[in-house]
Design a protein around this ligand. Structure first.
Ligand SMILES: N[C@@H](CCC(=O)N[C@@H](CS)C(=O)NCC(=O)O)C(=O)O
Length: 216
């Protein structure tokens, strides 16, 4: 069941950062108005969108006077405003570890393989095969760290047991991205198990890129 939220989410079906926010909204039972920014066509760089978000990135969140960029900031804002179900574990250590996993995805993996970075590599003469290897390399480095952490946590079916948290919200879209770049996921059974668990939940399933209205 979804509830209308008086807010607008700017996104793009294949944006993993927007995908994170869609999952969080789904878990909270919200369905805001969606606007689509076609990143491949460069709409993020056009003045019409730059006046909305000067950073020229998605996701972007507008709710009344609040204009907010950065998926993690948006998700934590939603979690504070609508605490049920909680998206962070109960203990301070658990919350810190959930943020650690999220930051591996959002700081150590995602920015290095972002569209604007890949475009810059193209401008510098790097061909498609090498660009894919570049992305694979950084995804594998990050997934290696996350897999080891998930082994320590030993929980399941999600990172912190029965309920998904911010960690899973960040991991699942990154798996989608890893597949796009042809990463061999067999060394990461714990990460793959989270994807399997997530696929059974409506909030995750409805957020998949292929199910978005702007999907191609
Ligand atoms: N750290 C930001 C990253 C936002 C971001 O880089 N979004 C990508 C799509 S996943 C984007 O808009 N890229 C446009 C571009 O690279 O030109 C967040 O988590 O929201």
């Amino acid at each position: 069941m979804t509830n209308r939220l008086d807010a607008v989410l700017y996104g793009y079906f294949r944006s993993t950062a927007a995908y994170r926010v869609r999952i969080a909204l789904g878990l909270k039972g919200f369905d805001p108005v969606s606007r689509f920014v076609h990143l491949r066509k460069g709409e993020q760089s056009e003045p019409a969108y730059r006046t909305i978000n000067p950073a020229g990135l998605v996701p972007y969140w507008i709710e009344g006077d609040l204009h907010l960029a950065q998926s993690l900031a948006i998700i934590e804002y939603l979690d504070e405003m609508h605490p049920q179900p909680p998206l962070l574990p109960k203990t301070p250590a658990g919350r810190a570890i959930a943020r650690e996993i999220s930051l591996v995805v959002c700081c150590d993996i995602h920015p290095i393989g972002n569209l604007r970075v890949l475009n810059r590599l193209t401008e510098m003469g790097v061909d498609e095969t090498l660009r894919a290897r570049w992305s694979q390399y950084w995804i594998e480095a990050g997934f290696e760290a996350i897999e080891r952490r998930l082994e320590q946590l030993g929980a399941g079916p999600f990172s912190f047991g029965e309920e998904p948290t911010l960690a899973d919200i960040c991991i699942v879209p990154q798996i989608f991205n890893a597949r796009r770049f042809g990463v061999d996921l067999s060394p990461y059974p714990r990460i793959l198990a989270i994807e399997t668990s997530a696929s059974k939940m409506e909030a995750f399933a409805r957020s998949e890129p292929g199910r978005q209205p702007d999907a191609e």
